[in-house]
Design a protein around this ligand. Sequence first.
Ligand code: MG
Length: 323
Amino acid sequence: MILGLKSFLLTGCPATGILSFVTTLICSYLLRPETFKRSTTRRQVPMKKFDTRPHRVLTLGKLYLVVCTISITICPALRATAAEYLPGIEWEEPRQVTPGKNNQDPPSDAVILFDGVDTNAWNNAETWSVTDGFLIVGKGMISTKETFGDCQLHVEWSSPLPAEGTGQGRGNSGVFFGPYEIQVLDSFENATYFDGQAAAIYKQTPPLVNVMRKPGAWNSYDIIWNTPHFDAEGNLTEPATVTVLHNGVLVQNNFELLGDTPFNRPPRYRPHPPDLPIRLQDHRNPVRFRNIWVRKIAPIQGKRTQPPTLRDEKKSTKRPKKG
Ligand code: MG
């Protein structure tokens, strides 16, 4: 009984106290069964003195240590599995979105910017051409009629075959979010400055790796764009960040832009609305595009309803109601 009480006080776990008590009873019975005889018998036959032979005392001592060790080790684990962490936030239910048949196909909530035929999503598209389902660079940049802030953009592009020109003059175009360019360039065995090659944030950072396919083959960009924010006075409060996968490989990992991406001066931020057109660049190279779609993205909303807590199964703390 005393051992059970000690274990309970040590671990704070009633189960441990009971476990220790029961284990001690069993051990005691095995070692001194006469102790457990009926009381009438005990009155008639006086109990023997406690067996103080060294090996008995040693065995009991070992058992005591084993029971204490097991109790103290097991009980925290039992308590941990019995508790559940509750963040205390009531989340909105994520919207249902049907994915495309393949991952490059637009999901159900995508805005289709080019499906192989229709260029109505773009301004100035009449100066570009559509051939065999491909949108080919023409005269001047094209820009989406709709504006976008934070978004996920998928675009596929192919540099000309046969390859012509060198450096920045070979298969050059660009995907722009407002004034911020993710470079499009034929970077297959085509030397140029690294922060100007394919998938670079132009003049700010090279891609992490070069994943360029051969000229004429199709490349894909999957871009996660977080637009910059400015306060009422026009001061930057949150820079733009971008993540890019080139042919499924991560090449920009949440890069924080320094500003816009011009050729002839350092980058800088100038205040603008969060939503801007997406643009494709004319750099006098007949780069082809296909399968362009974009999804507007927004953080999931949650409301704190209680402080973070641990729910004890035995005390049956109520879960927050479903939102
Ligand atoms: Mg370019």
